[in-house]
Design a protein around this ligand. Structure first.
Ligand code: GRF
Length: 189
């Protein structure tokens, strides 16, 4: 069974969707650890309640590459096949990229390469795009760059605000992250 480490900072709904898809047989993999860089992340409680290894590894005040080395050390004994960034709000340092080449995935709530960075639903609204969506991609040293694995499109509707658009996109995120993970684990990419 392929082993995933899920890295989170916040709410963790993508983590929950992946865990559910595994439980319900839509993804053949196991979550070997959930690592939160924010000790307040609700995903830690959710993970523990699901009987998963929940690791709080605070990153506050720690330089990016130093933190990356801490993550590498934490994951080393767990034989991780794939690292899943699910709302992980820190840059991934070089030591982590080197330890897991082409084995780190991220999800981003826009149709990359449009609107990288933060507050992307508001950026999309301000720009006036008629469609937005989400992207799963391999992580490289850039900000929301790296080869694209899967995307889903949603319409931007009249009267949308950042929250309503985000909610419409999130529904698709919960589907395509699992699809992308399955695709990568199958070795077909
Ligand atoms: C998602 O919109 C994801 O695309 C972005 O951060 C958000 C995380 O949400 N990277 P959640 O913590 O998975 O609920």
């Amino acid at each position: 069974m392929k082993r995933l480490a899920v890295l989170v900072s916040g709410r963790g709904s993508n983590f929950e969707a992946i865990a559910r898809n595994i439980r319900e047989g839509r993804l053949e993999a196991e979550i070997a650890a959930v690592v939160a860089n924010n000790p307040e992340s609700p995903a830690l409680q959710t993970a523990a309640a699901l009987g998963l290894r929940a690791i709080s590894l605070p990153s506050k005040g720690i330089e990016t590459d130093t933190y990356a080395r801490m993550v590498v050390e934490t994951l080393a004994p767990l034989s991780i096949d794939l690292i899943i960034l699910a709302g992980f709000m820190r840059r991934v340092g070089e030591p982590l990229l080197e330890a897991y080449p082409r084995r780190i995935l991220n999800i981003h709530p826009s149709l990359l390469p449009a609107f990288p960075g933060l507050h992307v639903q508001q950026q999309a609204l301000d720009y006036g795009v008629k469609f937005s969506g989400c992207t799963v991609h391999f992580v490289d040293a850039g900000l929301d760059t790296g080869p694209i694995i899967q995307q889903a499109v949603v319409p931007v509707l009249p009267g949308d605000n950042a929250d309503t658009l985000a909610a419409r996109i999130l529904v698709e995120e919960h589907k395509i992250y699992t699809e992308a993970i399955a695709m990568v684990l199958s070795g077909k990419l």
